[in-house]
Design a protein around this ligand. Structure first.
Ligand code: KIV
Length: 263
């Protein structure tokens, strides 16, 4: 088993697992020292490309971004989201997951729970492709946002799905926007780690979309904590640059290339 995955598994019931998304080398490089898992999420479709959902994320596109992210990752476990339509049946899923692993050099793929795709997880893990599951709010398959696990029946269904995903061979599972009681139940019944987003601290780890927590995406639902308002910081810098260029303060002598080495 991949040592990085072994390391993630060993954290269950010991220490919280830290995870964030990255879509580029520069961001991944910053996250790598702090994260256990870096996810190239298909949230990129909304965050970076401005689509209203994740459905238009193409396989080629996520592969290109993952190649960039991989360049910035030394120690974290790198997981790549399989986009909608890339795992419609076990055969297609295997072909595409194999291509993602080969072209990007990532450690694992993530796929959202839908109908009986436990069979897909089973095949991929049998073929030595590590898989992260994803239950609760699954943007690829649910039209409208709705928290899950609000009733005992819903919590039971979530638990059943989580157990099937574990049984199929997944090494961890994202719990997106499920109630704290459902998260507690699932986390206590599973031997693999649960990674929560909007699902309380009753999970083995947490994940956020990096652009959300940096205040860059403009998307701030209740479960996002903005750790910085990077949009304001960038705006301030751009304003200063504009002023400097207009007032001929930039470029100054030290920014001329005359007689200096480039970079
Ligand atoms: O696409 C993504 O960024 C995700 C996380 C929110 C878990 O799936």
């Amino acid at each position: 088993m991949n040592l990085k995955i072994k390391n993630i598994l060993s954290k269950k019931n010991k220490t919280k697992i830290i995870s964030l998304t990255a879509y580029s080398r520069s961001v991944a490089k910053i996250l790598d020292d702090y994260c256990d898992i870096i996810l190239v999420g298909d949230s990129m479709a909304n965050v970076l490309y401005g689509h209203k959902n994740t459905h238009k994320m193409s396989l080629d596109n996520i592969i290109q971004h993952s190649i960039s992210v991989k360049m910035g990752v030394k120690k974290s476990l790198l997981v790549v989201d399989m986009p909608k339509g890339s795992y419609t049946n076990p055969k297609i899923a295997f072909k595409n997951a194999k291509m993602i692993m080969k072209k990007t050099g990532c450690d694992a793929v993530k796929l959202e729970n839908y109908k009986n795709n436990f069979k897909i997880i089973k095949l991929l893990t049998k073929k030595k492709i590590p898989v992260m599951g994803h239950i609760g709010y699954t943007p690829q398959f649910k039209k409208k946002f709705k928290p899950e696990g609000l009733t005992i029946k819903e919590s039971k269904t979530l638990l059943e799905d989580a157990l099937l995903i574990e049984k199929a061979g997944a090494f961890s599972i994202v719990l997106e926007c499920i109630t704290s009681s459902a998260a507690k139940l699932i986390t206590s019944k599973l031997t693999i780690p649960t990674i929560g987003i909007g699902s309380s601290s009753n999970c083995d780890g947490q994940i956020l979309v990096t652009d959300d927590m940096l205040g860059l995406s403009g998307f701030y639902p209740k479960f996002v904590k903005k750790y910085v308002e990077l949009d304001r910081i960038i705006e301030k810098a751009v304003k200063k640059y504009t002023r400097d260029v207009k007032k001929i303060k930039f470029p100054s002598r030290q920014n001329f290339v005359d007689g200096t080495k480039h970079r």
